[in-house]
Design a protein around this ligand. Structure first.
Ligand SMILES: [Zn+2]
Length: 99
């Protein structure tokens, strides 16, 4: 009876680990991502947070924020294009800061 209990306990631990591990990995991936540097939606140009909570997406270690689901849809069609666009916008902002 004790052996059987041990087996059940071990199985429960294994199951827990199997479920918990991917969640931990996903969290770490998000944490390592570079934060979104703009205060507006890259797709629509709308200021974030004006139409509810912005939607956050991580692509290749870079976080993106969008004003709504349809912008996320546009983004997922061609993320590389929006990645380049983000770089453009950041460059533009940096130039403006320098004068
Ligand atoms: Zn939108």
């Amino acid at each position: 009876m004790t052996r059987r209990k041990l087996f059940v306990a071990a199985l429960a631990v294994l199951l827990l680990a199997a479920f918990a591990l991917p969640a931990v990995l996903a969290e770490d991936k998000d944490k390592d991502a570079k934060p979104y540097p703009l205060d507006f939606c890259l797709v629509s140009g709308e200021k974030l947070g004006e139409h509810g909570d912005p939607i956050s997406v991580v692509y290749e270690g870079q976080q993106f924020k969008f004003c709504c689901k349809s912008c996320v849809k546009d983004f997922s069609k061609d993320p590389a294009k929006w990645q380049a666009k983000l770089k453009e916008e950041v460059d533009k902002q940096n130039k403006e800061k320098k004068g």
